[in-house]
Design a protein around this ligand. Structure first.
Ligand SMILES: Nc1nc2c(ncn2[C@@H]2O[C@H](COP(=O)(O)OP(=O)(O)OP(=O)(O)O)[C@@H](O)[C@H]2O)c(=O)[nH]1
Ligand SMILES: [Mg+2]
Length: 694
């Protein structure tokens, strides 16, 4: 029997790296009795960090799912990674839930990825709760964190708790709804009166809570202003409705590793967060008519399910994690992958408790499940009834930001490598790879350094191929700064029919981002009409291969203004070659330059080392664009060349003693300074020569 949609809560657990999401999920599972032991990230024993890479590095890399029962409700917890390289998983995870639990660190407050996941939740219109975790740590401060939340995140934040005790003495919280304290000792909680020393503070925050609840409804607000208070039931109803609608964002306290705050969160999910039934219809496309349509969370409707994660393992095979939005999905049924037009057999469908599968007969609307061994289904695809195909909006993933060349350690391993990469990129849509014929190298691209390193580790562990990672390749581009013109002529007379093409080309720079423009300025048939596309093709091919250093040429206008032909010997090929030869020459006369990618960088770190962070960014040719001291943490915003930021992570770690964080995003292209440009051109030439010798 599938579970009634009204009795399901799907919660996405998101936040910056290392704030305690996985630990908190563990605490929730433990509090609800779904696990009998409280696992620990530091021991590699949590339910949701089970991958060997996760255990080794003590961070989450993949989204994973666990469930528990609480007061007659089935709660699915979607634990997502917080590390920047893997944040796309958090976004995909939020596509399949009704609410987000945003975890922040009680020491660091709002961090780079906090703002990112906040935006994802806003994009998907999700109600959310904020949990201030790790309140037992030295230098943690609930009120300072609250302040940083208020300054940096948009939304009506309202504390439901204030902490009792602080740092190592953190014992629990005052529940501002009940006006009772919940204190923990030896892992057990006890409800007591509000400590006398905190009575005033509790009253003050309780008043803010009532006011916030009243503000969600005009009539209620009028009554509150008139009478100065609200009835208990009325207040609670308004508060819950406000939270469910996302108009109020509750802030709670926690210390996951001590289980503090877990039951309060479970109660909040059940009482205030929407169920799949509350969420109602989802939009998508009716594929028979190609019209926009909707699907209701109705067990009798046609099946529609969205794949939000794919895991692959050489032993178990492929695992596909999905969420049902409508209909009842049965084990042993066949569904259509409407995104790729194929059929898939849903052999055994299961719930997931971390890595453990629990077989179920059916999955109804709102349920999250897993199935093994689908053939062609990838993350973001929709699975639906063949008779009633309906596609949900696809999940998009960020473009890769960084390229590495890889080399087999053992000769002859090339096939094994491509096979492994094919499987890995199937599992992780942010991994791309291709062979570069120019340098004869296999390039792997990913979101960041760590991401690509992990790909290499996975190749070794799961697919048993060892590769060397060569230094990352920066995706430079080429362009010109000046104008030039000249001839490209190709003439060959060998035996029978010869080859003849003759073109006169002019090149001019275009604005940055202008791309490419080809102008045909031939009068009087100097180059016959039918050969002009060949000239353009020759130009385009040559630009793609690059001229100065083998990087694609961009932002350039090329005009064909003259030429000549031969009645017999001229051919498409001859004109292509002539144009390509001409362009290579003219390009070099037009002040060629290299362009490099510039990144937007945001660094957070302790304020006392902000000066070092800025100095270091300057030495990396960075431009500081903003600096925001935020109490003990400072935020520095800068633009810096990608080439200088590849090795940023270890430097930041050593500058901040591990207390810093950063995120980086592509911004635009800029000219590479001349002294560096020369060096790059030389290196590429040397590389090419080496490749040719092989
Ligand atoms: N003192 C203290 N440490 C905590 C608490 N919660 C988590 N930690 C520790 O913080 C570290 C990170 O915890 P995780 O649960 O892995 O954090 P996460 O947010 O899941 O991290 P990612 O998934 O990698 O983003 C681990 O060493 C935990 O033991 C807490 O409440 N108090
Ligand atoms: Mg985690």
């Amino acid at each position: 029997m599938a579970i009634e949609p009204a009795k399901i809560r799907n919660i996405g657990v998101v936040g910056h790296g290392g704030v305690g999401k996985t630990s908190l999920v563990e605490a929730l599972l433990f509090a609800a009795g779904a696990v009998t032991r409280l696992g620990r990230v530091d021991d590699g024993t949590t339910t949701t960090d089970f991958d060997p890479d996760e255990i080794k590095r003590k961070i989450s890399i993949n989204t994973s799912v666990a469930y528990c029962d609480w007061k007659g409700h089935h709660i699915n917890l979607v634990d997502t990674p917080g590390y920047g390289d893997f944040i796309a998983d958090a976004r995909a995870g939020l596509r399949v839930v009704e609410a987000a639990m945003i975890v922040v660190d009680g020491v660091a407050g709002v961090q780079v990825q906090t703002e990112k996941v906040w935006k994802f939740a806003t994009d998907y219109n999700l109600p959310r709760a904020v949990v201030v975790n790790r309140l037992d740590r030295e230098r943690s401060d609930f009120f300072r964190t609250l302040d940083s939340l208020g300054r940096r995140l948009k939304g009506r934040l309202v504390p439901l708790h204030i902490p009792v005790g602080e740092e190592a003495g953190f014992q629990g919280f005052v529940d501002l709804v009940k006006m009772k304290a919940v204190v923990y000792a030896d892992g057990k909680s006890k409800e007591t009166d509000v400590p006398a020393a905190q009575a005033d503070q509790a009253r003050e925050y309780r008043e803010k809570l009532v006011e916030a609840a009243a503000e969600t409804d005009d009539d209620l607000l009028a009554k509150y202003l008139e009478e100065g208070s609200l009835g208990e039931a009325e207040m609670l109803k308004a508060l819950r409705a406000g939270i469910a609608a996302g108009r109020l964002i509750p802030v709670l306290t926690a210390a996951a590793t001590r289980s503090i705050g877990a039951t309060a969160l479970l109660d909040l999910f059940v009482e205030s967060m929407p169920s799949p039934a509350d969420r109602g219809e989802v939009s998508g496309t009716e594929l028979k008519t190609k019209q926009a349509g909707v699907r209701a969370p109705d067990p009798k409707a046609p099946v529609t399910a969205l794949v939000f994660k794919t895991l692959s393992d050489p032993h178990v095979g492929k695992l596909t994690l999905f969420r049902v939005f409508s209909g009842t999905l049965r084990s042993e049924s066949t569904l259509a992958n409407v995104t790729r037009s194929g059929k898939e057999r849903m052999s055994h469908v299961s719930w997931l408790q971390g890595k453990t599968q629990k077989n179920v007969e059916t999955l109804g609307p709102g349920e999250i499940g897993v199935v093994a061994k689908l053939k062609d289904t990838l993350t973001g695809d929709t699975l639906a009834d063949e008779a009633s195909p309906f596609e949900l909006p696809r999940i998009t993933f960020p473009e890769p930001a960084i390229n590495f060349a890889i080399q087999p350690k053992t000769r002859g391993d090339e096939d094994k490598i491509s096979n492994a990469l094919a499987r890995i990129s199937e599992e992780d849509p942010t991994v791309h790879y291709h062979f570069d014929p120019e340098t004869k190298q296999l390039l792997v691209s990913g979101v960041g350094n760590l991401h690509v390193e992990m790909v290499v580790e996975r190749m070794k562990r799961k697919y048993n191929v060892d590769v060397n990672l060569l230094p990352p390749r920066i995706p430079y581009k080429e362009t010109v700064k000046g104008r030039a013109e000249g001839q490209g002529k190709y003439k060959k007379q060998t035996g029978g029919r010869g080859q003849y093409g003759d073109t006169w080309l002019r090149v001019e720079p275009m604005v940055r981002g202008g791309g490419f423009e080809f102008v045909d300025d031939i009068f009087g048939g100097a180059v016959p009409r039918n050969f002009i596309p060949s000239v353009e093709k020759g130009v385009r091919d040559c630009m793609k291969r690059g001229i100065l250093a083998g990087y694609p040429v961009v932002d350039m206008k090329v005009t064909l203004y003259d030429g000549s032909y031969h009645d017999v010997d001229s051919s498409d090929m001859a004109f292509q070659i002539a144009a390509s030869m001409g362009l290579q020459k003219v390009f070099m006369d037009a002040q060629p330059i290299l362009l490099e990618p510039i990144m937007n960088v945001e660094v957070t770190g302790p304020s006392d080392v902000a000066g070092d962070i800025i100095g270091d960014l300057n030495s990396r040719r960075g431009r500081i664009v903003g600096m925001e001291p935020a109490g003990e943490t400072a935020v520095v915003r800068a633009q810096a060349p990608m080439a200088e930021m590849l090795s940023y992570e270890p430097s930041l770690r050593s500058m901040t003693g591990g207390r810093g964080g950063y995120s980086m995003e592509f911004s635009h292209y800029e000219e590479v300074p001349a002294f560096l440009s020369e060096k790059i051109v030389k290196e590429v030439k040397a590389e090419k020569e080496k490749a040719e010798k092989h």
